[in-house]
Design a protein around this ligand. Structure first.
Ligand code: G6P
Ligand code: MG
Length: 222
């Protein structure tokens, strides 16, 4: 039976995935690099510096920049992002998520956060959701970001739970890869075109229903 559900933050619990996109887009435009939502799918779940590297590579300007210059750009993007999330409050929790967390807690199944974001603890506080979580993966202690499984295995290891008894919930292709390579059951929210490799996928967060997820977990082909 499942003993732990690990939630991604940006794009699953709240719509900060959109704010990351807007902040990167603003920075990229300042650099004369244009990208669209299709390209942005590749950035979801990817750390701040790795995201910057992908954008610079797209603009073919990666090689010309020093480490200091890159840090300045990443910090600038985070500044834009912080402006966008300033107003975040519990009203920004995506539909269905609070019911899901409530049902998860009532079932006695542990809850963890598996986010690559250094802003994650701050955002959870603003959403007033911190109390639900038994464990939060600290972006600083993860050396290999998604699609590496480390973000998810860290949470399971910290709580002493076997990977096969864990479920991960993601909106990013790289996140689903991470859950799958951890040997966990992957649940995705979003489009089939990006997330077809998940064990179970729904279109919208309100379709993330606790009983459905548990049923799918039990019916997965072994
Ligand atoms: C999450 C988001 C990414 C973001 C990363 C780092 O994984 O999905 O879009 O780049 O966190 O976030 P941070 O807040 O540390 O810049
Ligand atoms: Mg996400």
């Amino acid at each position: 039976a499942p003993q732990l559900i690990i939630y991604d933050l940006d794009g699953v619990i709240t719509d900060t995935a959109e704010f990351h996109f807007l902040a990167w887009k603003k920075l990229a435009e300042e650099l004369g690099i244009t990208f669209d939502r299709q390209f942005n799918e590749q950035l979801k779940g990817i750390s701040r510096m790795d995201s910057l590297d992908r954008i610079l590579a797209l603009g073919e300007s990666a090689a010309s920049l020093s480490a200091e210059e890159k840090l300045e750009l990443a910090t600038r993007k985070n500044g834009y992002y912080l402006e966008l999330i300033e107003e975040i409050n519990p009203g920004h929790i995506l539909p269905g998520i609070e019911a899901l967390l409530d049902d998860n807690k009532q079932a006695g199944i542990k809850i963890a956060l598996g986010s690559a974001s250094k802003n994650a603890p701050h955002i959870l506080d603003k959403l007033e959701l911190s109390d639900y979580f038994d464990y939060i993966v600290d972006a600083a202690q993860v050396t290999k970001g998604k699609p590496d499984p480390e973000t998810f295995t860290n949470a399971a290891d910290a709580l002493g739970i076997a990977y096969e008894n864990c479920i991960g919930i993601e909106d990013a292709a790289a996140g689903v890869d991470a859950i799958n390579s951890a040997g966990m059951f992957s649940v995705a929210v979003g489009e089939q075109a990006h997330l077809g490799h998940a064990h179970y996928r729904v279109d919208h967060t309100q379709d993330l229903v606790f009983q459905d997820i548990i049923e799918r977990f039990h019916n997965q082909p072994k």
